[in-house]
Design a protein around this ligand. Structure first.
Ligand SMILES: CC(C)(COP(=O)(O)OP(=O)(O)OC[C@H]1O[C@@H](n2cnc3c(N)ncnc32)[C@H](O)[C@@H]1OP(=O)(O)O)[C@@H](O)C(=O)NCCC(=O)NCCS
Length: 253
């Protein structure tokens, strides 16, 4: 796809972030985030100290910029039991110290947006997390008004599990954040009793409806319903209820 903001067809490649990237990494962070990061953070990223990261570059770029960062994602491994989502995980102490991958920052320079670069970077993080047998999930916070990012995480099947009131303090003003989780290695959030009841209720309703449909079908042989019509129709409602239960206050769901 050719982006109107760039004059050539980009050739996007992904590679680890390295010490020579520090200047442009700091510049993009200050361009795209309302929060300032300490220089220690950038040192840790480029030297891989407790932080894993991936960079996107455009190999077709001219003027010696073919290795210059146009996007990045940084993440950290955290212990599942010490994390703020420990209660959402079915913790199995027999499996030893389980971990999570927490996405710290993600950004793509303006001219390269909507080309799937952030999606590919997140995919790298998910692949990495999945390759760690004791890793249970990838998670992150996003400020509540960041619609492009929220759209992206939902598109990538992250689940919004919480709304945190006043989580961010920016220029003296508090903003809410959403907490998104992507479970890996077969992990799932434990079912709350309410979610379970909702699920059973929906199944019963689906069952009753399909029995009624079958009866109707027998009575009115002329009407041909597609086999899964009722079930398919209920899936979004069921998902919506489950998400709503876990993510109270997420108006965008
Ligand atoms: C969020 C961000 C990383 C996305 O990067 P990207 O490379 O453009 O992402 P992708 O191309 O993989 O996907 C973008 C998706 O968002 C959609 N999108 C773009 N602007 C949008 C908007 N204003 N509202 C809703 N969706 C939007 C695109 O249509 C696309 O979805 P689609 O594939 O269904 O069409 C980028 O916008 C960015 O760097 N923003 C500033 C930093 C930031 O907010 N980081 C996230 C912090 S949590």
């Amino acid at each position: 796809m050719v982006n109107p903001k760039i004059s050539h067809r980009p050739t996007i490649c992904y590679r680890p972030i390295q010490p020579s990237d520090i200047e442009i990494l700091e510049k993009i962070h200050s361009d795209v985030f309302p929060i300032r990061y300490e220089s220690e953070f950038f040192q840790n990223v480029v030297n891989g100290r407790d932080i894993v990261s991936w960079a996107a570059v455009d190999r077709s770029r001219s003027n010696g910029r073919s290795d210059e960062l146009i996007g990045f994602v940084t993440a950290r491994i955290v212990m599942a039991k010490d994390s703020e989502i420990a209660d959402l995980l079915r913790y199995d102490s027999s499996k030893g110290d389980q971990t999570l991958v927490y996405i710290l920052t993600l950004g793509v320079v303006d001219a390269y947006r909507n080309l799937g670069i952030a999606s590919a970077l997140i995919h790298e993080v998910i692949k990495y997390a999945s390759s760690i047998p004791v890793c249970r999930a990838v998670y992150l916070h996003v400020i509540s008004y960041n619609n492009p990012a929220i759209h992206l995480y939902k598109k990538m099947s992250f689940k919004c599990v919480r709304r945190l009131h006043g989580f961010y303090l920016i220029n003296g003003q508090h903003y809410d954040s959403y907490l998104f989780v992507y479970y890996v290695n077969g992990s799932r959030s434990p079912c709350s009793p309410l979610v379970l009841v909702t699920f059973i209720f929906t199944c019963m309703k689906t069952g009753l409806k399909s029995v009624a449909a079958k009866l109707r079908k027998n009575e009115e042989k002329m009407v041909k319903w597609p086999k899964c019509k009722e079930t398919r129709g209920l899936i979004p409602i069921q998902n919506k209820r489950m998400i709503k239960t876990e993510c109270s206050g997420c108006e965008y769901v």
